[in-house]
Every structure is written in structure tokens, then in C-alpha cells.
Design a binder for this molecule. Structure first.
Ligand SMILES: Nc1nc2c(ncn2[C@@H]2O[C@H](COP(=O)(O)OP(=O)(O)O)[C@@H](O)[C@H]2O)c(=O)[nH]1
Ligand SMILES: [Mg+2]
Length: 393
């Protein structure tokens, strides 16, 4: 499963985001280091279900009237403070938790109501733009530290006649989630000395920075948009590549209200309807949230997850089925599974994503929309429904 991690200083709203996005119970509090143990939960990205092209909605567990929710792992980690790579705050413990993440959602307190260390101050007192860089910086330095600590091993290996720098670096970096393809891509981008003995600190830091960008892309969640000055949100959006204004608290309130039948709201909706009995103060709170989501087209929580998976990680959603006419599995469930594959993935990739045995036994694939066979190197597209025929059933 794809894995996304929430990072940021204490009190930015990571646990609130996590709780809303997973509807799990973690502690939320207005003091640093509330989340001592990492929390891993299941969240979802939202896309159009292929059943929208059929007469009837599919009724799959993760489909709500054509809104398809595809599971991803979400990780809520302890607050990060500047200097974490040197062990400040919960430092390295936090950073080590990021090794499994495919991308990072940097939650920033856009309201300026917390200082650089996450201690509460007056709203607007702290400039949130100042918080943008440090997560990237800490991650780069943490990776640089790993590279530096292992460099002697690389130097030793380089004396062997069959030394291969790609292989050696890949072996060293699989632990932080880098693949051979990642290492190759990074080595293509940086100029480096042939001989590992000739590398200096700057070379290693450059390698670490490029690797971080390659293996752990970061988007910014400009949280507390409900109380943030417009001016701060504008400057945040100008200061980083991908910035999603959000109110994690608003999303949490809406999901809870939806769960108790008070509102009709699905995560990612740009509006909601009050359908149950509410007190005056509850109605007032909900209308305040409506004001925020009207401005931004939603609470931003779902959009942040969708943006990171579909735009930054460039994934497509593909649906394997056993019956290409009814789009069902062996038990008659319609569109039971969805896989988030890298753009450019083929039916053979899908087969391996379903199960390595299915991949090994791959015979052919059928596009379930038109019933035609597709080649094993055919490029799949978002929303494709595919039957894989394999020697293994
Ligand atoms: N106004 C506002 N407050 C929020 C929002 N999200 C979180 N908070 C508050 O910010 C404080 C810290 O939240 P928490 O999720 O524990 O932050 P963490 O330390 O980053 O995990 C809590 O008091 C939350 O209620 C939001 O969208 N708007
Ligand atoms: Mg927390």
C-alpha cells in the first residue's frame, strides 16, 4: 500500500489531520509532543469510480455513489523541530519513522499562532512562511548523516575490481526506501567523482538532497485556514510548489457530524447539507466551516491526499476483475479492488501488484470496458478495469 506521512512542528494540526483522515482515535492536544508513538492508519484517496460509466452504481464497499475511496497508509509522527537531525525534540526517532513513506505532507500552521517550536503565541505573531524550509532541511541532513556514516563501507567496497557505485548505493539506501531506479535517476542528475575516495561532504550532501527529493517528495498543507490571515495563505502559496489550504479541524467536525447522521457529507465534497437535528451552537459551528470550504472548494484534507498521490506521485487507479462482463471477482463482488499504480504501468505490472503468483503465471489481459485483449506492455490509464488471465487462479 502507498504510504504517506504527516510531518511538521508540534501543534500544526498533524494529529487532527490524521484523526480526520483515518477517523481513528489519537490524542489531540495543544501542547508539544502529544503524539509520542507513531500512529499508522488507513486513509483514502478519492477518485471517480468506473461504475459511473455503467447504468448502476457498483455498491462496492469503498464506493459512495460513484465516489471511489482507495486505501493508502497514513502515518502520524511526533512533532519535528529545527535541529531534529541532531536529536533535538524527538529528532531521529521521528526521522527514522519516515523511511517507509512514499511522500510527505508537511502540515504548517498557517494561522501563525504557534512559534517555530510549536509553542502557542498570538495568531499572526509567527510567520508560517518561515516554517516551510525546515522539514526538507531536516530530512536532507538526516539522509546526509546516513550517507556519511556509511561512506567508509562504500570506500572499502570501491577497492574491489567489480565495484559498481549504483549497486553499492542502492544497497546502502534500500533501508530509507530508495530503489535501484531512484539511485540511478539521482546519479544521472548529479555530477560526482568516479572514485568514492574523492567525494567530499558537499558531494554527499548533494546526493542526500537529490535522493530526498526523489524518494520523499513533500507537499505543504496550509492548515488552520479557518483562522489564518488571507495574506499569510497567499504568501505560503507563492513560497512553495504545492500548497493546499486546509482546515483539519473542520474536516474532523464534518466527518463526525456525518457519522452521527447530522450532515450529509462525503470526504472531499465541496459542500454539505445539514440533515439531522442540531443545537444552535452546533449549527453555528457548521456554518462557519461552510464559509471556509466555500472559499477553498473543500476542507483541503481530501484534496491534499489526492494531490500527493495523483499529481505528485503520479499514480493511476486500476481495477482488476475476474469477470470482464460483470466487473466482478469470483464471489460476484463488483469492482472489489483498486490499485494505485505508477503512471505508465502495464497489465503485467497490475498482475504483479495483485499477487506475484498471478504475475508469474500471466497469460493475457482484457480491457473490461470493450472486452478486447490488451498487450502486456499496453499502458494502463486512470479508471481502467482489467481482467488478468493467469495460470494461477
Ligand atoms: N483553528 C484550527 N485549529 C486547528 C486545526 N487543526 C488543528 N487545530 C488545533 O491545533 C492544536 C494542535 O493540534 P494537533 O492535531 O494536536 O497538532 P500536532 O501537534 O501537529 O499533532 C489543537 O488544539 C487543534 O484543535 C484547524 O484546522 N483549525
Ligand atoms: Mg500530534
Amino acid at each position: 500500500m502507498l504510504s504517506l506521512a504527516l510531518a511538521g512542528k508540534p501543534n500544526a494540526g498533524k494529529s487532527t489531520f490524521y484523526r480526520a483522515a483515518t477517523m481513528a482515535d489519537v490524542e489531540v492536544g495543544n501542547y508539544p509532543f502529544t503524539t509520542i508513538e507513531p500512529n499508522r492508519g488507513v486513509s483514502h484517496v478519492r477518485t471517480d469510480c468506473p461504475c459511473l460509466d455503467r447504468e448502476e452504481r457498483c455498491g462496492a464497499e469503498n464506493c459512495r455513489d460513484g465516489k471511489r475511496y482507495v486505501p493508502v497508509e497514513l502515518l502520524d509522527v511526533a512533532g519535528l523541530v529545527p535541529g531534529a537531525h541532531e536529536g533535538r525534540g524527538l529528532g531521529n526517532q521521528f526521522l527514522d519513522e519516515l523511511t517507509t513513506a512514499d511522500a510527505i505532507l508537511h502540515v504548517v500552521d498557517a494561522s501563525g499562532g504557534t512559534d517555530a517550536e510549536g509553542e502557542p503565541v498570538e495568531v499572526g505573531e509567527h510567520d508560517p512562511v518561515e516554517d516551510l524550509e525546515f522539514v526538507e532541511e531536516e530530512m536532507d541532513r538526516w539522509l546526509a548523516g546516513i550517507v556519511e556514516r556509511n561512506w567508509e563501507t562504500i570506500e572499502r567496497q570501491s577497492r574491489s575490481p567489480d565495484f559498481d557505485i549504483d549497486e553499492a548505493l542502492t544497497e546502502m539506501l534500500t533501508g530509507v526506501g530508495a530503489t535501484a531506479a531512484d539511485v540511478a535517476a539521482v546519479l544521472r542528475r548529479v555530477d560526482y567523482p568516479e572514485d568514492p575516495m574523492a567525494w567530499d561532504d558537499a558531494d554527499r550532501r548533494r546526493l542526500a538532497r537529490e535522493l530526498r527529493a526523489q524518494t520523499k517528495p513533500i507537499i505543504v498543507v496550509a492548515n488552520k485556514a479557518d483562522v489564518a490571515p488571507r495574506e499569510a495563505l497567499d504568501r505560503l502559496q507563492e513560497s512553495a510548489e504545492t500548497v493546499i489550504p486546509a482546515t483539519a479541524e473542520g474536516e474532523l467536525a464534518l466527518r463526525r457530524a456525518a457519522e452521527t447522521g447530522v450532515v450529509d457529507y462525503d470526504p472531499g465534497d465541496a459542500d454539505f447539507e445539514i440533515v439531522g437535528g442540531v443545537s444552535d451552537s452546533q449549527a453555528e459551528g457548521l456554518e462557519r466551516i461552510r464559509g471556509v470550504i466555500e472559499e477553498w472548494g473543500g476542507t483541503g484534507v481530501q484534496r491534499a491526499l489526492d494531490t500527493v498521490v495523483y499529481d505528485v506521485l503520479d499514480r493511476i487507479t486500476v481495477y482488476p476483475v475476474e469477470n470482464e462482463t460483470h466487473w466482478t471477482d469470483g464471489q460476484g463482488n463488483v469492482l472489489p479492488d483498486a490499485h494505485l499504480l505508477p503512471a505508465g504501468a502495464t497489465p503485467l505490472d497490475l498482475a504483479y501488484a495483485v499477487h506475484s503468483d498471478i504475475g508469474d503465471g500471466y497469460l493475457y489481459a482484457v480491457d473490461a470496458r470493450d472486452g478486447r485483449r490488451i498487450g502486456e506492455d499496453h499502458e494502463l490509464a486512470e479508471g481502467d478495469v482489467v481482467k488478468i488471465e493467469s495460470t494461477v487462479g
